[in-house]
Design a protein around this ligand. Structure first.
Ligand SMILES: Nc1ncnc2c1ncn2[C@@H]1O[C@H](COP(=O)(O)OP(=O)(O)OP(=O)(O)O)[C@@H](O)[C@H]1O
Ligand SMILES: [Mg+2]
Length: 349
């Protein structure tokens, strides 16, 4: 699949923009703070119905204006389509001219894999980023998954508030049953999907990583979840502790996965270079899984491509990408990479 056209109106530092993209490689280069990442943000918004940089959607509107518009025309194997987003007091989405009622309807219209300088944090930092990686991949393949995640988080928040009310206001403990049942219902669904997709990742990543490292490293993945076969029972067992602590200590909101290199925990023992290569492998695995599930190649967004990877890794990465549409941003023209090239300067191309 590919994006044919991108139109922006009063989006970030773009007053007005209309460009046609190449089916394969597109390179946006320019100095810092000119609007390269803003372009990827607009595309990301069309795929995931939210920004990767801000929760405050007002920030997307050009300063001094009161509305922004993003429009994308895309082509898939068997259909084409148009996504339009109007951002004003609220966000309104249109697919082929028809207003979308639930944001989850947007998910999966275009499939994206996003690689940006922070991606390496997924390895270095706590479980948050790893869960986000999983959720973004699964969510675009199964929009109902995002629905369950949102419901789960909402319920969790309510349960946590209630836990504190039990502790401080002596509210009855039995009322927790309502939240527990919901948490168990959504939690199990989420766990099952994560398990399926982590198995898919584990299946594919070993071979990909061998190729990336020229057979030097064996990578493996392990799902860490506190989930037991009886979610409800487990919530009950932890109830006293939860009340005492004022939050829910058990559940899939604490899930994580570990990455091992040659049997050792990558986040603790991996070198910077090994961590970078492993992120590449994870991203290539994500591409492969999405392609397998949807039967066509997803679009790859690469932000600040120079800063993240040295030339060697960059080339090995790109060698693995064939025929995907790739949208790259960088501060200098890339040597040895052919593609449609755009110069970005102060919100203009
Ligand atoms: N709502 C807005 N209205 C106007 N300009 C904005 C708005 N939001 C951001 N900008 C401007 O957009 C620019 C940043 O754009 P962007 O993050 O795309 O830069 P970049 O080209 O990716 O830079 P770098 O190479 O440093 O990553 C800044 O100059 C910022 O002031
Ligand atoms: Mg940038």
């Amino acid at each position: 699949m590919y994006i044919q056209k991108l139109k922006l109106h009063q989006f970030r530092n773009y007053e007005s923009l209309e460009i046609e993209l190449d089916k394969e490689k597109n390179i946006f280069y320019g100095n810092n703070a000119q609007g390269k990442t803003n372009l990827l943000e607009a595309i990301f918004l069309s795929g995931f119905a939210k920004s990767f940089r801000t929760q405050k959607e007002k920030e997307l509107i050009q300063s001094g204006k009161d509305e922004a518009i993003v429009e994308i025309i895309y082509q898939r194997k068997d259909r084409d389509g148009k996504i339009r987003i109007e951002i004003g007091e609220k966000k309104t989405f249109f697919i082929n001219g028809i207003k979308v009622k639930k944001l989850s309807e947007i998910l999966g219209k275009i499939n994206l894999v996003f690689f940006y300088p922070d991606s390496i944090e997924m390895i270095k930092q706590g479980p948050n980023k790893r869960r986000k990686f999983l959720d973004m991949m699964i969510g675009q393949l199964k929009p109902s998954y995002i629905y369950y995640c949102n419901q789960y988080l909402k319920t969790l928040e309510q349960r946590n508030i209630y836990l504190r009310q039990i502790k401080f206001d002596n509210k009855p403990e039995e009322m927790l049953e309502i939240w527990d049942e919901k948490l168990a219902e959504y939690g199990e669904k989420i766990f099952n999907e994560r398990k399926i997709y982590l198995e898919k990742i584990a299946d594919k990543i070993e071979k990909i990583h061998k190729e990336i490292t020229e057979n030097k490293e064996v990578i493996s993945i392990k799902y860490l979840s506190s989930y037991h076969e009886n979610y409800l029972k487990e919530l009950k067992t932890k109830r006293k502790i939860d009340i005492q602590k004022g939050f829910t200590t058990y559940g899939i909101h604490r899930d994580d996965f570990l990455v091992f290199l040659n049997g050792k925990d990558l986040s603790a023992f991996g070198s910077q270079g090994q961590q970078r290569s492993s992120v590449i492998s994870l991203k290539l695995t994500e591409l492969a899984i999405i392609e397998e599930e949807i039967g066509e190649k997803p679009i790859l967004l690469l932000d600040d491509f120079m800063s993240e990877l040295d030339e060697n890794r960059r080339n090995r990465f790109l060698e693995k990408i064939t025929q995907n549409q790739v949208i790259i941003t960088c501060t200098e023209k890339l040597k040895g990479i052919d593609g449609k090239t755009f110069h970005v300067q102060n919100g203009r191309i």
